[in-house]
Design a binder for this molecule. Sequence first.
Ligand code: C6P
Length: 411
Amino acid sequence: MIKEKNILNINKIRDDFPILKREVNGKPLVYFDNGATSQKPQLVIDVINKYYTFENSNIHRGIHTLSQEATNAYEVARKKVQRFVNAQHEHEIIFTKGTTDSINLVAASFGKKHLKKGDEIIISNMEHHSNIVPWQMICEEKEAVLKVIPINDKGELLMDEFKKLLSPKTKFVSITHVSNTLGTINPVKEIIKLAKEAGALVLIDGAQAVPHTKIDVQDLGCDFYAFSGHKMFGPTGVGILYGKEAILNDLPPYQGGGDMIKTVTFEKTTYNELPHKFEAGTPNIVGGIGLGVAIDYMNSIGLDKIEAYEHELLTYATEQIKQIEGVRIVGEAAKKASVLSFVVDGTHPSDIGMIIDKLGVAIRTGHHCTEPLMNRLNVPGTARASFAFYNTFEEIDIFIAALKRAVTMLK
Ligand code: C6P
């Protein structure tokens, strides 16, 4: 039963997202593919337009006014990110291209300096490829071993198995906060505590958590936290790596180039201070600025309200979908974010996706870049509806009606 439909001023919020007014295949768009990327509010679109119209300049390089203004706007955005995740210092916030880039940075840099033959890295069975492949690559190079925390059939981590995997050989634990495919919210605080007791460093992949819940990296106690701007109402091509100051200082740079150096001679290069040491080359300047505006926007709504509202959406959608014969939910963890994955007996997920797209409903189908998870659950793929705070209960009704039609057609 839905307790509160009116946690948010939903009409006002929807007005802020121009794309939500468009039609797809002659029907009003119902956008339930927020896990892949979220839509952008007008404020973010406007700041990108304004930047290229009036302010465009390179940063950290020029003494002229435009360059200083652009540098200032970019560094203000960094401060907003710092406050948003409650990092202790703003130089602990590294701008990257996205979650994938952030994880690659850590795997390559940590691996290069600290990984030796026989060392172990722990990930889980529900990781996105972005949190598997970079670790496989560095393990192969260093002859280290990748260990995997198994899950139960509901899509929850087996914490006892995790404890058994931890040993003095464990050098790093890298785990997703929220599963993009199942919606499972993992007990990351406990994972971090256990990993730290074993002497390992910990990275949390926050790509699917940051858009839905308040993050406090100091409270979590993680060494690294990675996320993407485009899943949290900001632009594509920008993301964040939070890292603890002492640990970032200890790691070697990931890429060489402009901005990450102090001095260069042909004999020797010395590196810049944090955060610039990890930010080689001209960054996605407007991406960073746009991300800052997206953070302002989320703050103006309130993370608590976003979380509560999305919980209601998920509960309602789950109740409704369970009433359709032949539909099976994939991922029934006790704690879930607003992701609803499912399969329909005797049908292929992509057929479902294509039919409901004709009815204006956008969902994602396939393996969701989690092939090892699909193998574990013995499904080729799923259909996935993922909700954001601008979605409505009425849209869920449209989705359910479209899904019923698809199921009838395909049976
Ligand atoms: N998941 C999805 O539809 P990038 O592409 O770097 O912004 O994010 C990668 C990534 C890493 N971790 C998790 C948990 C993710 O969900 C994603 C992106 C999208 O589920 C696209 S595959």
